[in-house]
Design a protein around this ligand. Structure first.
Ligand code: ADP
Ligand code: TPW
Length: 576
């Protein structure tokens, strides 16, 4: 009997067990960057039918994983080497946790006994300890037979309850550990019901309905949790059957089309202080909503409440009362909570008072007319408005395209000008306002959905992940990057106050040609100096599905410092 053949067939190892555990749980894509000790893992994963998308910097594959999680409700996987690769991925892990996106950062690590004695191993670092405060959960596997449990726990931690980032530490030695193939297979776990529904209590539903019934000026606020939850039809039914006006947060745009008559987005500064009862669906009252108090909400001073009563739907009980009193907390998953509200509302729910709806419509019409006037102008050079007027038309004609967006002015103007028509089509800088998500999100969105992706990027923002245009070309992805080039961070007009040869800290090389970057990798580069050229370039990119970068020249004096959040930027009172 030939013993060697028999044992070879029977044996598995750490590499294969990790791959098998991921596949068993429906994970078919990894975003990563190879090197010691995971190079062979990337090869084996590809050989076993997992799509391995390889990047140029780990922060970008981390962002790709995070947004894959947001789009699919399955944890996106980011794979890195030890210490420096791990640290490069960590920003994305922390950002995912902050934004409630499910992802798993899997990093190779060095030898435990050497790391723990700090004896100076190759890329030595106590990665588990460093990751812990930045994610929902962190696990390390020392033995191949524990891989099944570790992957199962990582998946559950990422997607159950409030989604977030999870760290999985895989020491080099573990990958090569072998074990009996049958026992290995048995050790794997196919996770049953990884994100269990969380049904709200009847009392909580009743309390919410009773409060909503008292409202004279009700408002619904949709956040990205509502987009993540994929309860689109029920959310729309709740809004339409109650007739309540709603405001979408940035990444909640498109759950209902932005052109919906109940959208109060164009009357935001009127409805926030005006509302008496606000229903929050998957939206936190953090800085992006002025903490639910202060002048934005009609309060006298910056910490005074505006007097609204709040109903909040969230899966995380501790979110309640984090800034203001939540009068009717509705804890549970959005799908279950919204359908419970719908059931309670029944058919005869009275529409909000006509004076409230009329006042909103009046504001909206006025603001939309003002906006239309601004958009119709055609200044030379282009400004944000005339360029975004084009983007607005392109998205309207291609509502399935995914819009990735970062920058300051490039972000704020795009958010308010470009209407979205479908859920989960707008991906941006999220809760932190982080720069650098652009190309990672774009690659991921194209890979995960197969749809065309349009990335509207400030020139500074683009620089954080710009090298990934090579990745876009390498995988031949239908991504059209539009760099709004105004020669610098925010604007290109600052002058060195000391008068030396260095330019000001916010200023870049003038008249740079970002389009040349993508040409280096075989992509299509275009230079647009007016809306007609921009339109032609974008239409061609969508039609051809070829990797494209359009350098859109924007007036360097347009825009403001920090975009819409200038007030958060401390300024020295001293003149010199
Ligand atoms: P935005 O920035 O768009 O306002 P946030 O990120 O502040 O949104 O809020 C998202 C909220 O949604 C988080 O508090 C999170 O706990 C919650 N959330 C995420 N997924 C679900 C879900 N499936 N069910 C209920 N709440 C959810
Ligand atoms: C990781 C600070 C916020 S916005 C921005 C920076 C550097 C760039 C703005 O210039 P851009 O856009 O992109 O050219 P525009 O349209 O205004 O000209 N580092 C990180 N995150 C943030 N948010 C910053 C720095 C910042």
């Amino acid at each position: 009997m030939d013993m060697t053949t028999d044992t070879q067939v029977e044996v598995t190892d750490g590499f294969h067990l990790v791959i098998d555990a991921l596949k068993l749980n429906g994970i078919n894509t990894i975003f990563g960057l190879p090197g010691i000790p995971i190079t062979d893992f990337t090869r084996k994963a590809q050989a076993e039918g997992i799509r391995v998308i390889s990047f140029r910097h780990e922060q970008n594959d981390g962002n790709a994983a995070a947004i894959a999680g947001f789009l699919t409700q399955r944890p996106g996987i980011c794979l890195t080497v030890s210490a420096p690769g791990f640290l490069n991925g960590l920003t994305a892990l922390a950002n995912a946790t902050t934004n409630c996106f499910p992802m798993i950062l899997i990093s190779g690590s060095s030898e435990r006994e050497i790391v723990d004695l700090q004896q100076g191993d190759y890329e030595e670092m106590d990665q588990l300890a460093i990751a812990k405060p930045l994610c929902k959960a962190a696990f390390r596997v020392l033995h191949a037979e524990d891989i099944g449990v570790a992957v199962a726990r990582a998946i559950r931690a990422a997607v159950s309850g409030r989604p977030g980032g999870v760290y999985l530490d895989l020491p080099a030695k573990m990958f090569a550990q072998t074990m009996d193939g049958a026992a290995g297979k048995k050790s794997l776990i196919e996770v049953v019901d990884p994100a269990p529904r969380q049904i709200p209590s009847q009392e909580a539903v009743q309390r919410a309905l009773e409060l909503l019934k008292t409202a004279k000026r009700p408002l619904i606020l949709l956040g990205k949790g509502a987009a993540y939850a994929q309860a689109d039809a029920n959310i729309r039914a709740l809004i339409e059957e109650t007739g309540i006006p709603y405001l979408p947060m940035s990444m909640a745009k498109g759950i209902l089309p932005d052109t919906h008559e109940q959208s109060a987005a164009a009357a935001r500064s009127f409805v926030l202080p005006g509302a008496d009862v606000v229903l929050l669906i998957g939206a936190r009252l953090n800085w992006l909503r002025s903490y639910g108090k202060g002048k934005t909400w009609g309060g006298k001073g910056h910490k005074d409440p505006g007097g609204q009563k709040f109903i909040q739907i969230d899966i995380w009980p501790q979110e309640m009362d984090s800034n203001v009193r939540i009068d009717a907390p509705l804890v549970g998953d959005i799908g279950s909570c919204v359908s419970a509200l719908l059931a309670g509302i029944g058919s005869g729910w009275p529409k909000p008072p006509a004076d409230w709806l009329g006042a909103i419509a009046e504001r909206k019409d006025k603001n939309l007319a003002k906006m239309a006037e601004t958009l119709a102008k055609n200044p030379t050079p282009m400004n944000f408005h005339s360029a975004l007027n084009v983007v607005r038309d392109i998205i309207k004609a291609n509502p399935d395209a995914i819009l990735v967006n970062e920058g300051a002015n490039a972000l704020d103007f795009t958010r308010s000008i470009v209407d979205m028509y479908k859920p989960r089509k707008r991906l941006d800088v999220g809760t932190w306002g982080i720069m650098g998500i652009g190309m990672g999100f774009a690659v991921s969105a194209a890979v995960v959905t197969g749809e065309s992706v349009i990335a509207i990027e400030g020139d500074s923002a683009f620089g954080f992940s710009g090298m990934e245009v090579e990745t876009i070309c390498r995988y031949n992805l239908p991504v059209c990057v539009v760099v709004f080039n105004n020669n610098g961070v925010y604007r290109g007009t600052d002058v060195n106050p000391a008068g030396g040869p260095d330019v000001a800290p916010t200023v870049f090389v003038k008249d740079a040609r970002y389009d040349k970057l993508i040409e280096a990798f075989g992509g299509v580069g275009m230079h647009a100096t007016n809306p007609a050229e921009l339109r032609k370039g974008m239409e061609e990119a969508i039609r051809s599905r070829k990797p494209t970068l359009i350098n859109a020249v924007i007036d360097e004096t347009a825009g403001t410092e920090s975009g819409r959040i200038t007030s958060l930027n401390p300024q020295s009172a001293k003149k010199k």
